[in-house]
Design a protein around this ligand. Structure first.
Ligand SMILES: Cc1cc2nc3c(=O)[nH]c(=O)nc-3n(C[C@H](O)[C@H](O)[C@H](O)COP(=O)(O)OP(=O)(O)OC[C@H]3O[C@@H](n4cnc5c(N)ncnc54)[C@H](O)[C@@H]3O)c2cc1C
Length: 436
């Protein structure tokens, strides 16, 4: 039986394992194994909400083992560290618990077809002090670490007298892309809830100063200018300090220094600028390495096969896939999702020696959530012939629909409806912000 190994159970990999499990695994046509370094899946676009404490991971986390059992694939816990292309095996590092005790030993896993979907990490471009003094919002663990520091800092700030004209706590966010903008608004909303819970010395406008720093001339530089202006207007209404055209050149424990010489003090600094794939990808394949670009992404052809090995596929943030018009598929959840759906259809055909049309990314636009205050976005595609802009409640609804699309791919209609119902019930009796 054909062995298909998928490494990385994120926005793309888990959707692919689920679809292949249902199409091939259930009928005994292939053995599908999903490998992930973590035991549970959290949809990455929710990380800024996890960081602000405005959503409960336990309600949103998906247990890989249970998802595998329900959808006819196997799950292995492990971190990919190497690929032997000649013997068609992957090497997984040993995994350990918090106390350093070994959970699983180093393992080897054989494959006929390997799919790599290990995502990306935040890129600090080697900025002085960034590795030591910033939190990077690229994993649920990092988001939880940030949340703990935030809640502790808020509780501590209550005990410190407010000096005239200054706040007690400053959170600086480096990167005014979608992640930075969304986090800034989410933090403001979280502080409002905390104040209403009795941490009344943490007034979002007086005590928690949120500073957003962007090197480009405007926020949301990848999106149309009109969206940048809408987002900036909303953030200014919330008294969030925005610095554009300012490149951070050094981070210390309590401050940031810009190329212009400006210095901003900061109690907690989040780095939310730039993405790159893991360094380990450049060494995959040993003496016959797979081809990577300067962001460590694996280069793939139109069928998402790596350029040097047709039995190894890569997609999502860790892959570089050029489109017929010369542009590259962007590192976004909607791209990873579309590629997963494409591979679920194309991979069985390609493995059987048939041909399949190349993957074409359909940009459905971008939505940026400004927490409970608003959302802004642009929709693109054949239906709209160009792009049109959405704001407010309509954009909020569309942002919510993106997450529902992911849940649908993993659980089907019935389960998604039940999850939605339980979310609505939860909202009536759970605190809106997690305090631990
Ligand atoms: C805060 C935030 C907000 C975002 N908002 C949006 C949005 O609104 N819309 C949008 O389209 N995109 C958004 N994105 C981008 C989106 O999350 C990514 O593009 C998407 O998750 C990429 O999917 P993926 O499957 O390639 O990787 P991921 O979803 O990152 O999954 C990678 C998986 O691989 C596993 N893994 C990593 N290394 C290894 C290893 N060595 N061995 C085994 N497993 C490994 C990880 O544990 C993870 O489960 C956002 C990102 C962030 C951080």
């Amino acid at each position: 039986m054909q062995r298909i190994v998928i490494v990385g159970g994120g926005a793309g990999g888990l959707a692919l394992a689920t679809q292949l499990g249902k199409r091939l695994g259930k009928k005994g046509l292939a053995e599908i194994t999903l490998v992930d370094a973590a035991r549970t899946h959290v949809w990455k676009p929710l990380l800024h909400q996890l960081a602000a404490g405005s959503f409960d991971t336990h309600a949103e986390e998906i247990e890989y083992l249970a998802q595998a059992r329900w959808n006819h694939f196997k799950f292995r816990l492990g971190s990919l560290v190497g690929v032997d292309r000649h013997n068609k095996t992957v090497q997984l590092a040993a995994s350990h618990d918090e106390a350093g005790r070994e959970i699983t030993p180093a393992q080897q896993l054989g494959y006929d077809t390997l799919v790599i979907a290990v995502g990306s990490q935040t890129n600090d471009f080697g900025t002085l002090g960034a590795a030591e003094h910033t939190i990077k919002l690229d994993s649920p663990q990092a988001a939880k670490r940030f949340n703990n520091r935030l809640i502790n800092a808020c509780i501590r700030a209550q005990t410190v007298p407010r000096s005239a004209g200054s706040g007690r706590l400053t959170v600086a966010i480096v990167g005014g892309g979608a992640t930075g903008v969304e986090l800034a608004a989410e933090l403001h909303a979280a502080a409002r809830v905390l104040a209403s819970y009795g941490l009344d010395n943490i007034h979002p406008e007086k005590d928690l100063q949120i500073v957003l720093i962007e090197a480009a001339p405007r926020l949301l530089a990848q999106l149309p200018e009109r969206l940048s202006e809408s987002a900036l207007r909303e953030l200014r209404k919330l008294a969030i300090e925005v610095h554009t055209n300012e490149k951070v050149v050094e981070v210390t424990e309590d401050s940031l220094k810009m190329a212009s010489g400006k210095v901003v003090s900061s109690s907690i600094t989040v780095w939310a600028a730039g993405v790159k794939a893991g360094d380990f990808l450049t060494a995959l394949g040993g003496d016959a390495p797979l081809e990577c670009n300067r962001l460590n992404q694996l280069l793939v052809n139109g069928n998402l096969q790596s350029t040097r090995d047709p039995n190894i596929y890569a997609f999502g943030d860790c892959a570089a896939c050029q489109q017929p018009d010369g542009t590259w598929v962007p590192p976004r959840a909607q791209a990873a999702y579309q590629q997963a759906m494409y591979l679920a259809r194309a991979l069985p055909r390609l493995s059987a020696g048939e041909t399949a049309p190349p993957f074409v990314f359909k940009d459905q636009g971008s939505l940026v959530s400004l927490s409970e205050y608003s959302s802004v976005g642009s929709l693109m595609g054949s239906l709209t012939k160009g792009s049109f802009f959405v704001e407010g409640q309509l954009a909020k609804l569309m942002y919510w629909a993106l997450h529902k699309q992911h849940q649908l791919a993993l659980g089907g209609i019935k389960k998604t409806a039940l999850i939605t119902l339980s979310e609505m019930i939860d909202r009536t009796h759970r605190p809106r912000i997690k305090l631990h």
